[in-house]
Design a protein around this ligand. Structure first.
Ligand code: ZN
Length: 295
């Protein structure tokens, strides 16, 4: 069981900033109450608790994480759900969180579109750093989005991003590569369409997340033939597409890429390619290998 007094993980990674510099960015994975939305593909509930987060716990977690890491300019506070869910992050803690974070340039939190309200503006006003909000778009495939049980329409997404933009808050979209119920090729096509839609709505950045198993539900769908993990080449294809649009930053989630490859000869090279494309936001030469199967 995770402990309210500690974040369940933290790390520092390189990320290309809006201004084009490659800078260290901290990610603190906050321990808090389980998200009230039960999305089909989500496995983040594993690191959450059932009861509301006690007041004071989240500021302590952030302070603890900061005491463990080097000083960096940007920080992501990810809470396996929505930062603006009051049972997850108590509103009473906003002020203290803002004061702990005053030396950062950017603070990035995540939220479900339905929880993006005036409350975000209240938090933004307390913050010295710029506030960015990451929002899961997942997919613009209408039936698949419905089946994911996210309880969000594309219109909800558009409105939330519009609200953030009007209030000069940057946003990024999380986009799934190959959610269940669709083929590899369809997965690539719908991820591209989802990037188009996200930028059209006004996001500044998109992160492509290849869908992995691990939460039980995805394993059941896999057994029924309704879910396969995408291939690493598909992630490369979608990242290339997103970058060449030049509409904003596009990143591939590169966590545990070995899940998406069966080829030991090129996994390392493809991982490096994806990392380099993330950091340079330009297309890096294609990796040719005997395993190439994507047309
Ligand atoms: Zn290969």
């Amino acid at each position: 069981m995770v402990d309210f007094n500690r974040p369940y993980a933290w790390l520092v990674e390189k990320e290309r900033s809006i201004s084009g510099e490659i800078e260290d960015t901290a990610i603190v994975f906050l321990t808090n109450k389980e998200c009230s939305f039960k999305c089909l593909m989500c496995d983040l509930w594993k690191n959450t608790r059932d009861q509301p987060t006690p007041v004071g716990a989240v500021p302590k977690q952030i302070e603890w994480a900061l005491s463990q890491m080097p000083q960096v300019k940007h920080i992501k506070l990810y809470n396996s759900g929505s930062f603006f869910d009051e049972k997850a992050i108590p509103v009473e803690d906003y002020e203290e969180i803002a004061s702990i974070l005053e030396y950062f340039e950017t603070v990035i939190v995540e939220s479900h579109p339905k929880l993006i309200t005036e409350k975000c503006l209240g938090f933004r006003d307390m913050l010295k750093p710029d506030l960015h909000v990451a929002v899961g778009l997942e997919t613009v495939h209408p039936e698949v989005l419905h089946k994911l049980n996210k309880k969000m329409t594309l219109e909800d997404f558009r409105k939330s991003i519009g609200f953030l933009s009007q209030n000069e808050i940057s946003s990024r979209a999380f986009i799934l590569l190959r959610p269940p119920f669709i083929s590899e090729i369809e997965g690539v096509g719908w991820a591209k369409k989802s990037i188009d839609f996200a930028f059209e709505c006004g996001v500044e950045c998109c992160t492509i997340i290849p869908v992995r198993g691990g939460n039980g539900a995805m394993e059941r769908l896999h057994k029924k033939g309704q879910f396969e993990v995408p291939k690493i080449e598909s992630l490369e294809t979608v990242l290339e597409y997103g970058i060449q649009l030049q509409s904003g930053r596009v990143f591939a989630d590169v966590w545990d890429l070995s899940l998406f490859s069966n080829c030991e000869s090129c996994l390392e090279a493809r991982t490096q390619r994806l990392n380099l494309m993330n950091l340079t936001q330009s297309i890096v030469p294609f990796i040719s290998c005997d395993c190439n199967q994507i047309p």
